[in-house]
Design a protein around this ligand. Structure first.
Ligand code: MD3
Ligand code: FE
Length: 211
């Protein structure tokens, strides 16, 4: 489903088996060293969703090449299979026409994994720290959330609210790459029982273009 130009939602893209495998990987990445962390925002606040980074740090806020918070350990690497999943996702959303999804064709080299407990939220923001125009790939696991997709001009209206469920893929590229977006709420207890996850995980795959 095309929500806006370049913003494509593919419900239930990951089957039960791949959801289970991705969750197991996330649980391993969440363990120390360089495991799940609390992120401080520039305004002095704290994100309610906790985060794990692969490939590059995002501490205390924004990409950095050295450990500057938490346990001081270097982040875990981006595994090649996860980079390949990013490319596969872009093809699933946009098709494989030459130039589909634009970007430089560079490899997906950063993953930001957000863990939402029942009362976690994410305010309206844009993702503009990457130095690449490649689409951002989003994968959801566990509880359903309300995802708010806005516009490129401001945090406010117009926006569209879309429910993201376990296994859903969303790709944000082209004219939607710099749109404001957020997660106003998670709907507790709505995830697939057999997955065994309380809360919600969102895995975003990015091309940093940061050298
Ligand atoms: C639209 N995560 O990590 S995923 C984020 O569910 C983030 O955890 C939310 O926003 C989450 O930055 C939303 C959907 C998403 C991710 C990246 C985008 C939408 C986007 C980048 C550009 C435009
Ligand atoms: Fe974002």
């Amino acid at each position: 489903t095309v929500i806006a130009p370049g913003a494509v939602h593919v419900p239930d893209w990951l089957g039960a088996q791949r959801q289970g495998e991705l969750l197991a990987a996330c649980r391993a990445w969440a363990r120390p060293p360089a495991g799940l962390r609390t992120v401080r925002t520039p305004g002095g606040g704290v994100m309610t969703a906790r985060q794990v980074c692969l490939g590059l740090h995002w501490y205390p806020y924004g990409y950095a090449r050295t450990a500057v918070d938490g346990d001081g350990e270097p982040v875990k690497p981006m595994p090649p299979w996860l980079a390949a999943l990013g490319r596969e996702a872009v093809t699933a959303a946009y098709g494989d026409a030459p130039g589909a999804g634009a970007g430089s064709g560079a490899a997906y080299d950063i993953a930001l994994i957000n863990f939402y407990a029942g009362d976690s939220r994410m305010g309206m923001h844009r993702d503009a720290e990457e130095r690449s125009t490649a689409p951002v790939v989003s994968l959801s696991l566990g509880d359903t959330c309300v995802f708010r997709f806005g516009n490129t001009a401001s945090r406010g209206r117009p926006y569209q609210d879309v429910e993201l469920r376990s296994g859903d893929l969303f790709v944000f590229g082209e004219a939607s790459r710099l749109a404001y977006h957020g997660v106003p709420k998670v709907l507790p207890g709505t995830g697939p029982r057999e997955l065994g996850l309380t809360g919600r995980l969102n895995i975003t795959l990015r091309v940093g273009g940061l050298g």
